[in-house]
Every structure is written in structure tokens, then in C-alpha cells.
Design a protein around this ligand. Structure first.
Ligand code: FAD
Length: 421
């Protein structure tokens, strides 16, 4: 064939195909799943639509926002997520919304906040120290240390700090004190507005570019012969290429190549990530969902985070109904409990939190995602650079969240596809 061969029909691959097409270059996109969208995709059960994990768009670029809005437009949400901690509901971020906690817990948090080590964050390489310096030890140990184990599947001491950026809010003493007396109305989330398609679920942001693309589904790549410039699929078929763009995870693509140098194999084995379950629940009642999303700090409750599909858009549920999707994450190296156990434990725990009664459930589903977040363990930058440099030397352009091996949001994966094309 002539033109681009693109591996993966997530937002990065679709964007690459779309922008190449605009430039007059033909592309064929090969996707292992039976549907397009990757992590931007969704599934529907009895009229309840669920995305693959929480998803909002917060593209900073106005042209991208307009493009993602398509013909149906977007709902605009101001994010006020909640936090659940040992029976208390706090606003997010918990560190400056302590009001609902007991007086003794507030005293412990505030005393440790005042006594926290004074150190510049730029000098701190380890996440556990970063948290103690930002929030004081009591809060660090009871909130983000616990959340790190739930969200990242590792201890805070196992993470480095360069990924943090705008993601964690650092209050001053006045904000901590104010928030310990009263609920704060200010939005402290790093994105002040979050957008979600009115119709069709999150993947509708791709409606403007998917039409007319040659996307071949159920085509799992199993081997890449860079000398013959040929890709082989699990069904035994193969395709030649002039230019190869991959959005496949680095640890996957390396297994598809011949004669990979030992240094590359070692580097890739040192790249870590999370995987996880989506527990998706639809309810006969309209009022189960109270928060756009919320965090759960308790470690005996499996989900780290829960979001409400119907509050993102009412188009996601049948009339008079509501829904929740809980995200349960693991480090990819850990022993993953069976889906049935996680489902049972999650539903029981959420019932115990008073969110719903089991009799309210209309739809109940659990799915596993092998790749969720890149884990920023020490050495990640050098290891991924080595692997990507090797792929480049073979003429493979590796893009997107798992191709770059980075904490990439959808608008960044979209930009990646555009720049590559
Ligand atoms: C829990 C969670 C929440 C998130 N929330 C947000 C959010 O609110 N806002 C936001 O902007 N971003 C969010 N993101 C990030 C966003 O999902 C990603 O940045 C984006 O979807 C990545 O797109 P991609 O095309 O790079 O990768 P993917 O979507 O993973 O696409 C890669 C594609 O390659 C396919 N593939 C893999 N192996 C093979 C193979 N062997 N052969 C053929 N095809 C293969 C996969 O099936 C997939 O379709 C979130 C991510 C997670 C995990």
C-alpha cells in the first residue's frame, strides 16, 4: 500500500488519520477492538451509556473546543467534586475543605500543616516528601498516601514528582483555616470549566474527524517486520506500509518486533502503569447521582473515584434514571482480584455508603482496562526515551498516551495526532 498505516483507533490515531487526510495523504487505521475510540469510547446497556472511565474535555485551545463540540454542542460544568472520608463528605480538595471533620482531626491536620518542613518543591524528588511538605504529615498520611495506593497502586514513596504540575492544589494557611470552618464556594480544581458532549457520550468529540476514515476493526497487530515494512494481524492477514504511526503501548509494541536489543527490553520492563475495572451501575431512580464525580479515601472501599454519567449529560441514561461508574485501579504488577469479587465488594461498599439500595439497580456491569495511567516511578523519563528512540530508529512514530508514555489528556493526544500527520 502507499500512505500511512496507523495502529490504534483511539483519539491519537483518529486525529493522525484525519489530519493526514486533510493534507491529501491516505491512511488506514487498524484497531484490535470491535469499535473505535479507545479510552474515549463507550458502551451502552439497556439505554445506559457509560464512558471508559470518567472523561471531560478541558482543551485550552478555543479552536479545539469548537471542533470537539461538533453540531450538538457541549454541556459546560464547573467542577465541584466531592470527597468521601470515613463517613464524612468533604468538598474537593479535602486539604482546604476540612469543615465536616471532627475537631480533633482538624487540630491534628492544622497543627501538622503549620509544623510542616519548609522546603522548595523543586528540590523534592520523591512524592511522599512532596506531600508532607505541601500538607503536613497528618493530612499526607491519612489522605493522599491512602489515595496514592488506591489510584496509583503503589506507595507515595515509589513515585517521583515531575508529573504533579497543576494536578494537586497547594493551599496557604488562611485557606486551610477558612475551609475548616465553612464549606468553600470557590472552585479550586485545576480546570475551571469542563466540557461534555450533549449527545452520544464522550467519544462524540471525535465525530468531526471520524467520518470518511478507513478504520478496520478487530485487527489486532501481533508482529511488525520493519525490514519488509509489513504488519501482521492476529487473524493471519498482513498489510504493508510506507509510514508507520503507532499509538500502541510501548510495552506491547516492543514484543511485536524482532531482535530487540537487551537494553530496550530492560528499559521497557521498567515502565509501569495502572490497569483497572470500571464498575458501571444504572438505577431506576433519577436521584442517585449527587456529584459530577467524587473521590473515596477509605482503603476498605475498592473504588478510588466514582462519576455520574447522567450528570455529565442526561443523554447517557433513560428518562427518570441515573447512573454511577466506579473506577478501581491496580498496579499492573499486582495480583488482580477476579471481576466478580470486585463487583460484589464495590456494590456492597457503595450501598454501605448510603448511595443507593441494591433494589434500585437496573444495570450492573464490570469491565477491565489493561492500561489506565502511566506510573511515574524513578527512571521513567530515561527508560521511555530509550524505547522511543529505538522505535524512531526503526521508522516507527510512537504517539498518544501510551505511545509517548505520558500523562496525556485527550486534547494532547489529539494534538499529537495532528502534529504527527
Ligand atoms: C481513568 C482515566 C480518566 C481519564 N479522564 C480524562 C479526562 O477527563 N479528560 C481527558 O482529556 N483525558 C482523560 N483521560 C486520558 C485520555 O483517556 C487519553 O489521553 C486518551 O484517550 C488517549 O488516547 P490514545 O489514542 O493515545 O490511546 P488509546 O485511547 O488507548 O488508543 C489506543 C488504541 O490502540 C488500540 N490497540 C492497542 N493494542 C493494539 C493492537 N495490538 N492492535 C491494534 N490496536 C491496538 C487500543 O484498543 C486503543 O483503541 C483519562 C484516562 C484515564 C485512564
Amino acid at each position: 500500500m502507499s500512505g500511512n498505516l496507523i495502529l490504534g483507533a483511539g483519539i491519537a490515531g483518529i486525529s493522525a488519520g484525519y489530519h493526514a487526510k486533510k493534507a491529501g495523504i491516505r491512511s488506514v487505521i487498524y484497531e484490535k477492538d470491535g469499535d473505535w475510540g479507545g479510552l474515549c469510547g463507550n458502551f451502552t446497556i439497556n439505554g445506559f451509556r457509560f464512558d471508559r472511565f470518567v472523561h471531560f474535555s478541558f482543551a485550552p485551545d478555543a479552536a479545539d473546543r469548537k471542533f470537539f463540540a461538533g453540531t450538538h454542542g457541549m454541556y459546560e460544568h464547573v467542577p465541584f467534586p466531592g470527597s468521601y472520608y470515613h463517613g464524612c463528605w468533604l468538598r474537593h480538595p479535602a486539604q482546604n475543605n476540612l469543615a465536616p471533620l471532627s475537631p480533633s482531626e482538624k487540630v491534628n491536620i492544622i497543627a501538622d500543616f503549620i509544623a510542616r518542613p519548609q522546603k522548595s518543591c523543586e528540590d523534592i524528588a520523591q512524592y511522599d516528601e512532596w506531600l508532607r511538605v505541601q500538607y503536613g504529615s497528618y493530612f499526607a498520611e491519612h489522605f493522599p498516601f491512602a489515595y496514592t495506593r488506591k489510584y496509583w497502586g503503589v506507595e507515595a514513596s515509589e513515585l517521583e514528582t515531575r508529573w504533579v504540575g497543576v494536578r494537586m492544589y497547594s493551599p496557604d494557611l488562611r485557606q486551610v483555616l477558612k475551609g475548616s470552618y465553612e464549606t468553600q464556594d470557590e472552585c479550586f480544581y485545576f480546570a475551571k470549566k469542563m466540557f461534555y458532549p450533549r449527545k452520544g457520550g464522550f467519544r462524540s468529540i471525535l465525530n468531526g474527524c471520524r467520518e470518511g476514515l478507513d478504520i478496520r476493526l478487530n485487527k489486532k497487530v501481533v508482529h511488525i517486520d520493519v525490514k519488509r515494512r509489513e504488519v501482521t494481524f492476529a487473524d493471519g492477514s498482513s498489510a504493508g506500509y510506507e509510514r508507520l504511526i503507532s499509538t500502541l503501548p510501548l510495552p506491547e509494541i516492543v514484543t511485536m518486533l524482532d531482535d530487540v536489543p537487551r537494553a530496550v527490553r530492560e528499559a521497557v520492563s521498567g515502565l509501569h502503569h495502572t490497569c483497572g475495572y470500571q464498575v458501571s451501575l444504572g438505577f431506576h431512580r433519577p436521584d442517585v447521582a449527587k456529584h459530577l464525580w467524587f473521590y473515596i479515601y477509605d482503603e476498605d472501599i475498592p473504588p478510588a473515584r466514582v462519576y455520574s454519567p447522567n450528570l455529565k449529560s442526561p443523554d447517557n441514561v433513560p428518562e427518570g434514571c441515573s447512573a454511577l461508574q466506579a473506577e478501581v485501579f491496580y498496579d499492573h504488577r499486582s495480583v488482580i482480584p477476579p471481576a466478580g469479587d470486585v463487583l460484589e465488594k464495590t456494590v456492597t461498599a457503595m450501598t454501605g455508603m448510603g448511595l443507593f439500595d441494591k433494589k434500585d439497580i437496573a444495570v450492573c456491569d464490570i469491565r477491565f482496562e489493561p492500561y489506565a495511567n502511566i506510573t511515574f516511578t524513578p527512571g521513567i523519563y530515561e527508560k521511555r526515551a530509550l524505547v522511543r528512540h529505538y522505535l524512531k530508529s526503526l521508522g516507527i512514530e510512537s504517539i498518544g498516551r501510551f505511545g509517548k508514555w505520558d500523562y496525556v489528556w485527550t486534547h494532547q493526544a489529539f494534538a499529537d495526532g495532528r502534529e504527527t500527520a
